[in-house]
Design a protein around this ligand. Structure first.
Ligand SMILES: NC(=O)c1ccc[n+]([C@@H]2O[C@H](COP(=O)([O-])OP(=O)(O)OC[C@H]3O[C@@H](n4cnc5c(N)ncnc54)[C@H](O)[C@@H]3O)[C@@H](O)[C@H]2O)c1
Ligand SMILES: N[C@H](CO)Cc1c[nH]c[nH+]1
Ligand SMILES: [Zn+2]
Length: 427
């Protein structure tokens, strides 16, 4: 891994942007094609990029049953325990409606309602992600969404991995389609013969998926840009090089475009981590992907102080931040921008990926500056409600009319003035 003195992190941001730009043209072509040709386009792209020749997209009940029957019982237990942890944490996030009483028996209200239909993207191009099924589906169901649909790319045998179907059953989702990439996002946004359009699309994916979500925003809502995984680690001389290297590689193995950054005050640690990364790369079955990621988007920065490291992290706004220093909790309080923070050497990032109960669908590409990880709030909308009684109206309407005329909106003024006592007592 290249080791540089920490001056700024702009070079990393630029290289990720460039990678995205190269994929945008493809994504736009795919979306146009799916809008025009529907299922036919979905079948064509699924054959081209996933190597699966399909004639129908929907997962059948028989496929779900078979996957569950064949699956390892201990792993079912592990997935169920992870699901329970996620459910508990997300249930705590449920918001209360705000009922705000006003004078004269009047009130205003902040009404919370679940979305009617959401599409959950579960990645699957180079690995199976049952954990992403749970992370998407549980908050949606806790929020009370009416229709929850999963899309995920099939393997070349035309099937979804058993693990994904088992996780869907544990979560309680039955409407599942075998389609991934930008074509799946286009189908969810615009609808095709087989897939009815949804109101919102959530979930992580590679840069084709993330860019497609950005392109269809406005037609549907999206949760965030949750693209190729990223980790930044702040470590001092107390950290162990083998552990830091393992944590960098845990994200690098996700994607060629994943990024892994170490910012350290210790030159010795920097050198040791660099050689540990090289040693450990050879141990990974996904060595080729991880190596490409480390070569293109892997950096070790030497910081003059932990304060300088914190400033760089707040500029970079990484998806995940690990802090492995003498006083990690103290330092974590100074972090403003990161999708999720992992404190101390026993909270390595996969604890959050799978099990702690926090959500692993998180903002990437510096968007943690303004967006948050997936949560129950992503699956509800808020409507304001106003009730003014006759008495309340009579007291307040002259002020409202004056404010309307301040904006030269005579129609607004006349609207509030048009009510009168003479017309009777009806609400
Ligand atoms: N940010 C997060 O919260 C988060 C969480 C989990 C996973 N992830 C990321 O999800 C991603 C999973 O990636 P993946 O590739 O394994 O699965 P994926 O499902 O995201 O993407 C696979 C699809 O990409 C499309 N594709 C592949 N090559 C293409 C090409 N050349 N042109 C057009 N389309 C192409 C295909 O349609 C394929 O089905 C990784 O980047 C991982 O880091 C992010
Ligand atoms: N680290 C990923 C988010 O960037 C989530 C994940 C799922 N499985 C393993 N990891
Ligand atoms: Zn991960």
């Amino acid at each position: 891994m290249r080791i540089e003195k920490l001056t700024n992190t702009i070079s990393l941001l630029r290289s990720v942007e460039q990678a995205n730009a190269d994929h945008l043209t493809t994504v736009r072509e795919v979306i146009t094609d799916v809008r025009k040709n529907g299922d036919l386009a979905l079948f064509r792209y699924t054959e081209k990029w996933d190597g699966a020749k399909l004639t129908s997209l929907k997962v059948t009940k028989e496929e779900m049953d078979e996957a569950y029957a064949n699956f390892d019982r201990q792993l079912i237990g592990d997935l169920e325990e992870a699901a329970a942890n996620i459910r508990v944490f997300h249930t705590e996030q449920v918001r209360k409606q705000i009922d705000f009483p006003l004078a004269n028996n009047s009130y205003i209200q902040y009404k919370i309602s679940p979305l009617d239909a959401v599409g959950l993207y579960v990645p699957g191009g180079t690995a199976a992600y049952p954990s992403s099924v749970l992370m998407n589906a549980i908050p949606a169901l806790v929020a009370g969404v009416g229709r929850v649909v999963i899309v995920s790319p099939p393997s070349s045998n035309g099937k979804l991995p058993d693990s994904v179907l088992v996780a869907a059953r544990i979560a309680g989702i039955t409407e599942i389609y075998k389609v991934g990439g930008a074509q799946a996002i286009a189908a969810l946004a615009y609808g095709t013969e087989s897939i009815r359009a949804v109101d919102k699309i959530t979930g992580p994916g590679n840069s084709f998926v993330a860019l497609a979500k950005r392109e269809v925003f406005g037609r549907v809502a999206i949760d965030m840009i949750a693209g190729p995984s990223e980790i930044t680690i702040i470590a001092d001389e107390t950290a162990y090089a083998d552990e830091v290297a393992a944590d960098l590689l845990a994200q690098a193995e996700h994607d060629r475009f994943a990024s892994s950054v170490l910012i350290t005050t210790s030159e010795t640690l920097a050198e040791q981590v660099s050689s540990e990364v090289e040693r450990q790369l050879k141990l990974l079955p996904r060595e080729e992907i991880a190596r490409a990621s480390i070569e293109n988007f892997g950096y070790i920065y030497i910081a003059e102080s932990l304060e300088q490291a914190v400033d760089a992290v707040n500029e970079l706004a990484p998806e995940h931040l690990e802090i492995i220093t003498k006083q990690p909790e103290e330092l974590s309080k100074k972090i403003k921008h990161a999708g999720a923070i992992f404190i101390g050497r026993f909270s390595s990032e996969p604890v959050g990926d799978y099990f702690a109960g926090t959500n692993h669908v998180l903002p990437t590409n510096s968007t943690a500056r303004f967006s948050s990880g997936l949560c129950v709030d992503d699956f509800v909308k808020k409507t304001s409600v106003v009730y003014y009684s006759k008495e309340m109206w009579q007291e307040q309407y002259p002020k409202i009319a004056r404010l309307a005329r301040l904006e030269q909106l005579e129609g607004h003024a006349r609207s509030v003035e048009s009510r009168s006592w003479d017309k009777g007592d009806s609400q």
